[in-house]
Ligand binder design. Structure first.
Ligand SMILES: [Zn+2]
Length: 291
C-alpha cells in the first residue's frame, strides 16, 4: 500500500472509531487510568530521507499537535505513574535513538526551546569514534553521529541521556557474558562518566521482541538501570510494568501518530510484546534501590 493510501485508510479508520475512542478517553479520565505514551524518533532531517527519518516541518507539526493534547512529561514521570497506578492526564514522552548529529539542526533546539522533556539514547562506540552506523554504510548513506561535545551540550540544556548499547548490537543473538558487559554495563559507566549524571534507562537496539533476551534483560538490571524501553509499539498503562516501558514509533506524516494517540482501540487492548521473568529482577532491584 502506498504511503498516501495508507494515510487515507488510517484517517478513515479514525473517523469510524471516533465514538469508541471518546468512550475510552472518558473511562481513562474517570478512572485516572490514561495510558502513558512514549514516542521514539531517530533523525529529524531534510536531506537523505530514509525509513527512520522525519522532515523538520513534519516534526514541528508533531510537536504542535502533541502540545495541544498532551502533557509532555519525563521518562521518570512516566515510570512513576506505572508505579503509583494512576495517571489523570494524557501524557507523552519524546525519545530519540542512535545519536545523529543532524538532530542538532532543528529537533534538539526546538525541544529545548519548548521545554519538552526528552531522552536521547546513544550508542557509545559511534560517539567515540565518529564512525557512521554500519546500517547507514550498508545503505550507502553514511551519516555523522553526535560528538561528545554535543552530548555534553545536550546535558547542559536539560536533555536526559540514555544508553543504546556500545555498538548497536542485536541482543537477540547469542552473546557472550563479556559482550553483554561491554554492551550494557560498561556503557552505563561510560555515559555516567561523560555526563556526570546517573543513567537510568536502556533502549534495546531494534527493540523488537526478537532483539531482546532474558540474559540481556538480567544484565540491564544487574548494571543498575531502572528500566528498559522497547520499540514494538504499545502504551504504558498505570499500574503496569515499570521496568519495561513500551514505545511507539513516530512515523513521518500525521495519520499514524494521530491514530495511535487518539487511542486506537486495537492498540489499547494489546499486552506487552516482550515477556520476561521478573523473579531475579525483583531481588536485584531491591539491591539497587538505594543507588
Ligand atoms: Zn538504534
Amino acid at each position: 500500500m502506498s504511503p498516501l493510501l495508507r494515510e487515507a485508510a488510517l484517517l478513515a479508520y479514525q473517523r469510524v472509531t471516533k465514538q469508541y475512542r471518546q468512550t475510552l478517553v472518558d473511562r481513562f479520565r474517570s478512572c485516572s487510568s490514561f495510558p502513558g505514551a512514549v514516542l521514539f524518533y531517530h533523525r529529524v532531517a531534510d536531506t537523505v530521507p530514509n525509513s527512520w527519518s522525519i522532515s523538520s516541518r513534519n516534526f514541528i507539526q508533531h510537536l504542535d499537535w502533541l502540545g495541544e493534547r498532551f502533557d509532555f512529561v519525563s521518562l521518570d514521570e512516566t515510570r512513576d505513574a506505572q508505579i503509583s497506578g494512576s495517571r489523570s492526564r494524557a501524557t507523552v514522552h519524546i525519545t530519540f535513538d542512535d545519536g545523529y548529529s543532524e538532530n542538532w539542526l532543528v529537533a534538539l533546539p526546538e525541544l529545548i526551546r519548548r521545554g519538552v522533556p526528552t531522552t536521547y539514547f546513544v550508542s557509545t562506540h559511534y560517539i567515540e569514534s565518529g564512525e557512521p552506523f554500519l546500517h547507514d554504510v550498508a545503505a550507502g548513506a553514511p551519516l555523522r553521529p553526535n560528538t561528545r561535545v554535543e552530548i555534553q551540550s545536550m546535558v547542559e540544556a536539560g536533555i536526559t541521556i540514555g544508553a543504546h548499547s556500545h555498538t548497536h548490537v542485536d541482543f537477540g543473538r547469542d552473546l557472550s557474558d563479556e559482550t553483554l558487559r561491554r554492551e550494557i554495563s560498561d556503557v552505563r559507566k561510560k555515559l555516567q562518566d561523560w555526563t556526570g549524571q546517573p543513567i537510568h534507562y536502556f533502549a534495546f537496539p531494534y527493540g523488537l521482541p526478537s532483539n531482546v533476551s532474558q540474559r540481556a534483560i538480567d544484565r540491564v538490571f544487574e548494571s543498575g538501570f531502572l528500566a528498559f524501553v522497547s520499540a514494538a509499539g504499545g502504551f504504558n498503562f498505570p499500574g503496569g510494568d515499570h521496568r519495561h516501558l513500551q514505545r511507539i514509533h513516530a512515523d513521518p506524516g500525521m495519520a499514524a501518530l494521530t491514530n495511535w494517540l487518539t487511542f486506537d482501540p486495537r492498540k489499547t487492548m494489546r499486552g506487552s510484546p516482550i515477556q520476561y521473568s521478573s523473579e531475579k529482577l525483583d531481588s536485584l532491584l531491591d539491591t539497587n534501590a538505594s543507588c
